[in-house]
Design a protein around this ligand. Structure first.
Ligand code: KIV
Ligand code: ZN
Length: 499
């Protein structure tokens, strides 16, 4: 088995994502999680970029014990010296020097010929090597660099002591076959290539960063640059979680490779980076998106309950999630519902499940997702034994800033239909008064409590009322996405206890 080195650049290229800046403490928090995750190299920042970056790299270098800590530097003396300085306390330091090599960069950015660039690379890799044992060199924009020049620069960097040669697809222009043949060509044409490790660094401008990285691995690259959640400059970098899980899931393709990543820490790392950077993970993001292990279609849910692997190629527990999540909603079937009811501790017979299923479907038409609390409320409402002397048939309310609230209700009371209309201080008060007109009981309202029992704008409201009538005090409870309906039903629930 061969090891694939995981080089995490969340704190350098990831933090270059517009709007993703992290404080020194936050960077250290991420670095600690990356250490727990088991990455091999943490690129902690670009020390020359700012005093904040210098401090973050030095702090991480001092505190992290198990990962190699890397600082980025251009092929400029003061960059390299600053990087060396920031890594003084690192147990395993690495300086990553880079220099653009493509014609387009040479012409417009440097205005220098290839011969001069080759010389700059030679001198600065040597300088870095004098300051640090472990040097990585990146010919920036390698995928758009002429092959012959690229081979020469790489050969020279290795001659000067670069232990790793990183191949950046800086602008995310390549596609997988191209990257594969680029890596193969480097192996075939750079004479001293076996003295170094080939690394790959892909950007996601065309959405191919992970595919390109894995394609490079198949061609022999043994280090991958990646970031948590794929954050990074522009459209981002190759995502760590996708690369690692790709390798783990497709052992048939990557048979002789392993990484040191503890995949159970992936979800935690993703959450942490998302929370600290404020970059929300899209729900459909592979591996760590909210929907990545959630199943909504009834057919899928049924099959998953019979055998998880019918619709899941990875076990959610492997990335640190508690398990598969069946989203209960209008597409869910009886099988998924009764399994969830069982998990919630309800032991229900078929007749009760049928009744609850009916209510569940009705609610699912109003609410996108049915949460566990919704189910508990439905079950409590359905299996509660009760004598229904009074029952709601229909209610209509009107209220607003410029009208007196009023309610028109229709009840079944002692086996007969009754209607009544009343005004009130608010729509709920109008409803209660209309009920009192029919029952003529007029109990005293001791308590009225409304609370949201589920989250979101379509949450269910749970209403509790307490009534006093003569010497009796009774309470009623009901829930609905419509708080007027919930209030009225809670009132009737309490009234039924008076008869
Ligand atoms: O994308 C890139 O080329 C880089 C280099 C600094 C490696 O981030
Ligand atoms: Zn990059």
């Amino acid at each position: 088995m061969e090891k694939l080195v995981i080089f995490d650049t969340t704190l350098r290229d990831g933090e270059q994502a517009p709007g993703a800046s992290l404080s020194c403490e936050q960077k250290l928090e991420v670095a600690c999680q990356l250490e727990t995750l088991g990455v091999d190299v943490i690129e902690a920042g670009f020390p020359i970029a700012s005093p904040g970056d210098f401090k973050a790299v030095s702090t991480i270098a001092k505190k992290i014990n198990n990962c190699m800590i890397c600082g980025l530097a251009r092929c400029i003396r003061k960059d390299i010296e600053k990087a060396g300085l920031s890594l003084r306390k690192a147990k395993k330091p690495r300086i990553h020097v880079f220099l653009a090599t493509s014609k387009i960069h040479l012409t417009h950015k440097f205005k220098k010929p290839e011969s001069e660039i080759l010389d700059i690379a030679r001198r600065h890799v040597k300088l870095a090597r004098n300051l640090c044992d472990d040097i990585e060199f990146s010919p920036e924009d390698a995928s758009r660099t002429s092959r012959d020049f690229l081979f020469k620069v790489i050969e020279e960097a290795i001659n000067q002591g670069a232990k790793t040669i990183n191949i950046p697809d800086t602008v995310g222009y390549s596609y997988p076959q191209e990257i594969n043949s680029l890596i193969c060509d480097i192996f075939d044409n750079v004479p001293n290539i076996n003295k170094t490790v080939i690394s790959i660094h892909c950007h996601n401008d065309l959405g191919m960063a992970v595919a390109n990285s894995l394609s490079a691995v198949l061609a022999g690259a043994r280090q991958v640059h990646c970031t948590i959640n794929g954050i990074g400059e522009r459209a981002g970098n190759a995502s760590l979680e996708e690369i690692v899980m790709g390798l783990k899931t497709r052992k048939d393709v990557f048979a002789d490779l392993y990484t040191s990543i503890d995949t159970k820490e992936i979800f935690r790392a993703s959450k942490l980076v998302s929370n600290l950077t404020g970059f929300l993970v899209p729900p459909n993001k592979a591996i760590v998106g909210r929907n990545a292990f959630r199943h909504e279609a009834g057919i899928h849910q049924d099959a998953i309950l019979k055998e998880r692997t019918t619709y899941e190629i990875m076990d959610p527990k492997d990335i640190g999630l508690p398990g598969t999540h069946l989203v209960l909603g209008k597409h869910s079937g009886r099988h998924a519902l009764s399994k969830r009811l069982q998990d919630l501790g309800f032991k229900l017979d078929k007749k009760n499940i049928d009744r609850i299923f009916e209510k569940f479907k009705a609610l699912a038409d109003k609410k996108k997702e049915i949460f566990d609390e919704d189910l508990v409320a439905i079950v409590e409402d359905q299996i509660k034994p009760r004598r229904e002397v009074v029952r709601l048939i229909n209610v209509r309310v009107e209220s607003g800033t410029d009208i007196v609230p009023h309610a028109q209700i229709e009840l079944s009371y002692k086996g007969k239909k009754h209607t009544a209309r009343s005004e009130g201080d608010g729509p709920v008060d109008a409803c209660f008064k209309a009920v009192d007109k029919i029952t003529r009981l007029k109990p005293r309202l001791l308590q009225y409590k409304l609370e949201a029992i589920t989250s979101g704008k379509d949450a269910q409201g749970l209403v509790k009322v307490e009534l006093e009538h003569g010497k009796k005090i009774v309470s009623g409870l009901s829930s609905s996405t419509d708080i007027i309906e919930a209030s009225l039903k809670a009132y009737l629930d309490a009234l039924n206890k008076l008869f």
